[in-house]
Each structure stands twice: as structure tokens, then as C-alpha cells.
Design a binder for this molecule. Structure first.
Ligand SMILES: CC(C)(COP(=O)(O)OP(=O)(O)OC[C@H]1O[C@@H](n2cnc3c(N)ncnc32)[C@H](O)[C@@H]1OP(=O)(O)O)[C@@H](O)C(=O)NCCC(=O)NCCS
Length: 385
């Protein structure tokens, strides 16, 4: 029997899976750059639509290009009545993340022939922009159904951030809330090729599958509490803790029981995740109600206690420790924190999908180290104990 004999890196730690020029995570310095620009500057100055153009084109757009991408996003986000109905029905059956995954898969074409479009890179960009619009729209459709509200779709001229926030909350967003949502969309739009959901996008794309197959698979990967699901898990933890005074004892108990604290730790960052610092600046402006102020105080206590214990081992807050408090301050229901993350990250997934196609798109087919039984003779059922 031929056996694979390579050494293994659990979780593929340190194994490059792509050559990429989209975003750079500097884990030692705690910096994140999209196409060379720091996320601090991008979140302070840009609209999400500009970031979509930047990620696809490699350059910040001028007025004309921004208008073009904005129009593509607006036209692309349209959904058929059947898709709206399907998403609303899925919302009654499962957590919004699973409803979203199914609704995205149902956007696929009637013919399964993406194989023929492997070198149509412009087409992949167009399809990607369409999917960014549609995933944001679907997130809003599912939120309206969960809240028992009628479907009230995107309006002409509405920004991506404004459309999502209005559909998610059922209220017209204030300028501050729209700015905050816009910054969250930018902040979570990409995080290099190696994170689990983006890697998933690339693996599925490498089979020459349709983009909807890649994006819906990525939503599944993001749902896990070790990945995007941690934003929901961390806020639920703060709600259970209930008050800053109880936080220290509770996280010490969790650490003693070796329970992982959601919102802490990262494979790449050895210092505080730069996205959590940006989110804390947003929190300072947008958290005004006592309820979220208390949750945020609990988060700060968790940061201090866990940081004292685990910081020396290189474990610091990641994007998800504080993002839930900000989502809550925007009136986004807790079950929609991870779908909002998915809607943001669809931008990154779509651009990585295109980069994967441009790279020659060889199918991912790693090996294994055999740890099973030796070859043995078959026994018929009548001879088995
Ligand atoms: C992000 C994460 C999945 C990275 O996983 P990883 O790179 O495989 O790291 P490991 O799980 O191997 O952790 C290494 C060590 O740190 C500990 N650790 C990691 N994250 C921890 C956390 N959040 N709380 C407590 N301990 C943690 C592990 O128990 C392990 O300890 P050990 O060496 O004594 O066994 C992991 O840190 C985690 O599960 N964090 C919580 C979920 C989360 O916030 N995810 C969002 C990521 S953006």
C-alpha cells in the first residue's frame, strides 16, 4: 500500500495556501492593510463601496470608478420575488446564519457550468459585486422575516450600510449609525487568504464550482464559534455574566476549566487585533444606552482579567471581543451579528475567488498521514461476531 509520509501541520499553521496581494495581516505589529492602506485610515475616510472597488482593482477609486461600482452594487443587489420568499421561509426554520447560507446557495444558476468561465476574470468581478449586494440584501430580508415585518427592500440611492441597517432594525438609521455600520462593513471585509472562510472560498473555487457554491460554503465556515460566530458568543457571555463585578470571578472559573473565552486569541496576531482597537473607537461614539454601556464595561473587565492571565502567552482580544457591543448599540439583533460579518466578508471572499481563478486555479488536494488499519481480508456478514 502506498502511504503518504509527509509531516503534518495541524490547522495548516504556517503553511501558505496562496500567493495573495489583497490584504496583509502583520501579526507581530498588530496591523491590517487592504492593498497597502491601513484599516485605521480606510475606516476613518471611506465608504464601503470604495473598499469594494479598492479590493477588486488594487487602487482606491476616483469619482467615476466609485460611481460605477456603486451603481453595480445597487443594480446587483436585486432579488427575485422567489428568492425573497425562499429567504423569508428559511428564516422561520433555522438560525439566520444557516438561512443565509441556504438562501445564497439558491442564487445559483440553473445550469452547473461555471467550468466554462474560469478565465473570465472581469465576469468574476461583476458576479462578485452582484453577490456582495445580494448577500447584504438577503441578510436584511431574513432579519425582517425573523422580526415579523413585511418585506421592504432596498431603495434607490441607498448606501450598502444604510440599506442593511434599515432592513435589520426596521428604523431609518441616523447618520452616526450609518457611519458606524459603514466602518464595521469595511473592518470585516477581508483578512488575508488563510482565514478559515476565505480558505474555504478558495478550496471550493478550485473545484471550478460556481461562485455561489464558494460563498455559501464560506458562510458555513464563518458560522463556527472559533471563527465569525465568536461575536455572538462573546456578547452572550457578557449577558450571562451580567455585571462587571462578576466578570473577574466568571472568567477565572472559565480559564480554570480550560474553556476558551470568545473574542480572545488568534492564530496570527501576537498583540491586540487592530480591528478591536478601531471597534473600541466606534464604541466610544455609538454606545450611549446604559444596557450596552454595562455590556461594554463587562467586555473591558474581561479584556483586563484575561489579558493579565493570557497576554504573556501572546493571547489578546480579537475583532470579536467588542464588535457585539457595537452591533447591539446599532439595534442589530444578536443572531444577526455573524450574518452581518458574512455580508461584510463577502467582499473579501469574492475578491479572493477572482484571485484564485487568476492564479491558474489548481485544485486543492492536500495529502494525509495514514493512521488506520492495515490491509485485511473481507469477512462476510454471516462470519462477523
Ligand atoms: C482564534 C482561535 C481559534 C485560534 O486557535 P489556534 O491558533 O488553533 O490556537 P489554539 O486553540 O491552539 O490555542 C493555543 C493555546 O492558547 C489557548 N487559547 C487560545 N485561545 C484561547 C481563548 N480564547 N481563551 C483561553 N485560552 C485560549 C489554548 O487553550 C491553547 O492553550 P494550550 O497550549 O495550553 O493548549 C482560538 O484562539 C479561539 O478559539 N479563540 C476563541 C474564539 C474566537 O474568538 N474566535 C474568533 C477569532 S477572530
Amino acid at each position: 500500500m502506498a502511504l503518504d509520509t509527509h509531516t503534518m501541520s495541524p490547522g495548516l499553521e504556517g503553511v501558505p495556501i496562496a500567493q495573495s496581494a489583497i490584504s496583509l495581516v502583520d501579526g507581530e505589529a498588530g496591523q491590517l492593510y487592504y492593498r497597502g492602506y491601513s484599516i485605521e485610515e480606510l475606516t476613518a475616510h471611506c465608504r464601503f463601496e470604495e473598499i469594494v472597488a479598492l479590493l477588486f482593482d488594487g487602487e482606491l477609486p476616483g469619482q467615476a470608478r466609485l460611481a460605477e461600482v456603486t451603481a453595480q452594487l445597487e443594480a446587483g443587489r436585486a432579488l427575485s420575488p422567489g428568492h425573497v420568499e425562499l429567504a423569508r421561509h428559511a428564516a422561520t426554520l433555522a438560525h439566520p446564519m444557516f438561512a443565509l447560507q441556504g438562501a445564497i446557495a439558491a442564487l445559483g444558476p440553473a445550469r452547473n457550468d461555471f467550468d466554462q468561465h474560469q478565465e473570465d476574470f472581469a465576469g468574476a468581478a461583476q458576479r462578485g459585486i452582484q453577490l456582495i449586494g445580494q448577500v447584504g440584501h438577503l441578510t436584511g430580508v431574513i432579519a425582517q422575516a425573523v422580526a415579523g415585518r413585511a418585506y421592504d427592500g432596498p431603495r434607490p440611492g441607498e448606501s450598502h450600510a444604510s440599506m442593511m441597517l434599515r432592513m435589520l432594525t426596521g428604523a431609518e438609521p441616523s447618520a452616526l449609525h450609518e457611519r458606524t455600520m459603514n466602518a464595521l462593513l469595511i473592518l470585516q471585509a477581508d483578512h488575508s487568504a488563510g482565514n478559515a472562510s476565505t480558505f474555504t472560498t478558495r478550496v471550493v473555487t478550485s473545484t471550478k464550482a460556481d461562485p455561489v457554491a464558494a460563498i455559501s460554503a464560506a458562510v458555513g465556515a464563518l458560522s463556527g464559534p472559533a471563527h465569525g460566530g465568536a461575536n455572538e458568543a462573546s456578547l452572550r457571555l457578557f449577558m450571562e455574566i451580567g455585571s462587571p463585578a462578576r466578570a473577574e470571578a466568571e472568567v477565572n472559573r472559565m480559564l480554570a476549566e480550560r474553556v476558551k473565552i470568545p473574542g480572545f486569541g488568534h492564530r496570527v496576531y501576537r498583540v491586540k487585533d487592530p480591528r478591536s482597537a478601531v471597534i473600541q473607537r466606534l464604541a466610544g461614539d455609538v454606545i450611549v444606552r446604559e444596557q450596552e454601556r454595562d455590556l461594554y464595561d463587562i467586555a473591558l473587565t474581561v479584556e483586563r482579567v484575561v489579558g493579565d492571565r493570557l497576554g504573556p502567552r501572546g493571547l489578546w482580544p480579537n475583532v470579536d471581543l467588542f464588535s457585539g457591543c457595537v452591533f447591539a448599540a446599532l439595534d442589530i439583533p444578536i443572531d444577526f451579528f455573524t450574518p452581518c460579518f458574512a455580508a461584510s466578508r463577502t467582499a473579501g471572499w469574492a475578491v479572493h475567488l477572482k484571485e484564485q481563478l487568476e492564479s491558474g486555479n489548481r485544485i486543492f488536494r492536500p495529502s494525509q498521514i495514514w493512521a488506520g488499519a492495515d490491509v485485511r481480508p473481507f469477512q462476510p456478514l454471516s462470519a462477523r461476531a
